[in-house]
Design a binder for this molecule. Structure first.
Ligand code: PSV
Ligand code: MN
Length: 388
């Protein structure tokens, strides 16, 4: 069995993966949303489910909220409830994509009244962050257009800059603005924040506490995502990941399921670029939906996939790699990466879990716990939560 050095194990220990509250609610496609017995009826039940992921893996101590999906009367009470279950509240995600007012944009809308509404929503999110103790405000915009000529793309960049500046000015202390990009959908001709370059151009003038979120599903097929990771880390602007897997577009499937090699390559650049250094500023988060599989085990599988990819990335023999690169030995350099990728790290991770007092097999442990049966029995009546 391969093993990690003490220094590598310390880096791996730092890995924490924030889980999204919405992963525990129902989701689906535009064709059908399947309900599942036991699905949470409110944010409290979502947090209870998320706490199971951390209890089983020791990897997921924070739960991200989406506003307004997770609106409650008392956020301090929600936080205390989470803490009582061994987790904390994390990133606050804003939502300007489900209101009629935002048909033609939100922070980029030509109408100052709509922009005001969208900015005020973010100011409300920042107030919530005060109560939840959250560091990050994550902004993803559905803003864009479907037809050439429909929108003044250039003016919208200026309006976006103004809107973001006002939101950024309302942050305090350690709080950060994290801007997420997406190349298409729901708009198909142009998105106002389509790529990392635009996200970077928008956050750079705001200062250090404005950074970029890289959602792994938000790129065109074939994009070299690990290059973007390397570049954003180099620029000190990689603020967060939204992890998930894709075959076609924004599929939001389990991270590391469709292309585990890509996840490995991403984690190689994360390690290489200091994304897991003691003073890291990178928030590792899942942004996924579980349309047909069980949600809690799906989340457990996801955080384990990220941990496995990270362990493999740490096993890369960096000295041998640097030597092969210097000597122009293409095959040797590639072999160094492949040796690490092809290592079965599951036994060493199981041993690490045992040392931490966890079950070596988190998925089996969760199945044995009877939690699924309990919530199916107890959560009867009420409205199951979803994207609304
Ligand atoms: C948009 O596709 C996105 O990735 C953003 O992060 C949203 O907040 C999220 O999905 C909702 O799941
Ligand atoms: Mn996302």
């Amino acid at each position: 069995m391969s093993s990690l050095t003490a220094a590598q194990a310390t880096v791996l220990d730092r890995l924490q993966i924030e889980v999204p509250s919405w992963a525990y609610g129902n989701s689906g496609t535009r064709f059908k949303v399947f309900g599942t017995p036991g699905t949470p009826r409110d944010p409290w039940e979502k947090i209870a489910d998320a706490a199971q992921v951390h209890a089983a893996t020791g990897l997921a101590p924070k739960v991200a909220l989406h506003i307004p999906w997770d609106k409650v009367d008392d956020y301090a009470a929600l936080r205390a409830y989470a803490q009582g279950l061994g987790v904390d509240l994390g990133t606050i995600n804003s939502n300007t994509f489900q209101d009629d007012a935002y048909k033609f944009g939100s922070l980029t809308h030509l109408d100052p009244a709509v922009r005001r509404q969208a900015i005020d929503h973010h100011l409300e999110c920042i107030e919530i962050m005060g109560a939840t103790g959250s560091r990050d405000l994550k902004i993803w915009l559905a803003d864009g257009s479907n037809y050439p000529g429909q929108a003044d793309m250039r003016t919208r960049q200026d309006l976006l800059a103004e809107s973001l500046a006002e939101i950024h000015a309302a942050l305090s202390g350690e709080q950060r603005l994290v801007l997420e990009y997406k190349f298409f959908e729901p708009a198909f001709y142009h998105m106002d924040v389509p790529d990392w370059g635009t996200a970077y151009a928008q956050v750079a003038p705001l200062g250090e506490r404005a950074v970029v979120c890289l959602d792994t599903g938000h790129h065109a097929p074939g994009t070299n995502i690990e290059f973007i990771v390397a570049q954003l880390l180099r620029l000190g602007k990689l603020g967060a990941f939204d992890f998930n897997s894709r075959y076609y577009a924004d599929d939001d499937l389990i991270v590391g399921a469709a292309d585990p090699f890509q996840l490995f390559r991403i984690m190689v650049e994360v390690v290489r670029g200091g994304g897991l250094a003691a003073d890291t500023q990178v928030a590792f988060m899942l942004d996924q939906c579980h349309n047909v599989e069980d949600k809690i085990p799906g989340q457990i599988r996801s955080v384990l996939n990220v941990q496995e990819a990270t362990a493999k990335a740490l096993l890369v023999d960096t000295d041998a790699l640097a030597l092969a690169q210097r000597e122009g030995d293409v095959l040797a350099a590639n072999a160094v990466l492949m040796d690490a990728y092809n290592t079965d790290v599951r036994p060493l991770l199981a041993e690490m879990r045992t040392d931490m007092g966890l079950d070596p097999d988190p998925i089996a442990a969760f199945a044995r716990s009877g939690y699924t049966e309990t919530i199916r029995r107890e959560r009867v009546g009420g409205n199951q939560m979803g994207w609304g």
